[in-house]
Design a protein around this ligand. Sequence first.
Ligand code: NAP
Length: 333
Amino acid sequence: MNTEKMEYIDIEGLPLKVSKIALGTWAIGGWMWGGADDDESVRTIRAALDGGINLIDTAPVYGFGRAEEIVGRALAGGRRRHTIIATKAGMEWRDGRVFRNSSPERLRRELEESLRRLGTDFIDIYQVHWPDEKTPIEETAAAMEGFRHEGKVRIIGVSNYAPAQMDRFMTASTLRTVQPPYNLFERQIESELLTYASGKNLTVLAYGSLCRGLLSGGMDEGRVFTGDDIRKFDPKFKQPRFAQYLAAVRKLDDMARRRFGRGVLALAVRWLIDRENVIALWGARRPDQLAPIGDVIGWSIDDDALKEIDRILDETVTDPVGPEFMSPPGRDI
Ligand code: NAP
């Protein structure tokens, strides 16, 4: 593990310091990303660990068990004890359709299945994937807290929860992390959740750090998405917006190279981890995609550059759209 090229923080309740960059494994599950190559996925997870990343974020629904199995495979043979596994519960799937279900019975079943797939006795960070309006939040929270008392879970997190929902959750459970969408193009959490998280000492696991590849710098208008790739339905990838976002990426890339000698990907991830309590979830499916890790570490974005970033975004993305299209349906379908 190349720990010299990584920054780490403490999260109360975890025995290891946690890397400020985490590997996201949604694409590794294949589902909604046009498929995946399992051997390549294992190599990607191991490349992340070699690059100093020690937090792997996954979920049962990513490939309907496949991503968790790949994580288990990649960590077998001694890597598990140096790794923080974050997985989730509360998404049910039937006939290829997914919907929310955070009932205590569903969570119990998912916990046992996740432990088996991941090949482990405990989950480090166990997160409720989406709020489920059909289950009182306190019941979900109490079930999660029960798992922690059993020793099957080290700490508890939620994802896609609003502050008021977290207030309710915390009446029945400890809470240490929250996982919202957050990247240079999707900044909705700045209005409330970020401040809330700081006030409650919650670590923010920011998902979609690269805005599903847009902020990698490797995307262009000719890119063709195949199969069930989510970017076929993502409104940011539809013209005329796609051109606006790509133009912003080009300007950000120029600016990052001029000011910092680094590309837009490094700027996008650095912009997230410059915040003390934010960890960037970086989705990758090939080892070479993680090569820029070193460019992200060991510097900061100054105030003047932050202002230039905002100016570029305001001037270039005149018709912005959020990540709401990703919200899955409730239970009554
Ligand atoms: P992301 O990190 O914004 O983008 C990931 C995609 O960017 C990769 O699959 C890859 O796609 C492309 N990419 C990555 N590195 C690259 C590089 N160096 N050069 C060019 N392209 C590169 O999106 P995400 O995976 O959706 O989000 C990160 C993680 O957050 C997920 O994996 C998951 O763990 C978590 N997440 C959670 C939720 C939730 O509801 N809690 C929702 C979404 C995501 P291509 O190879 O296809 O180009």
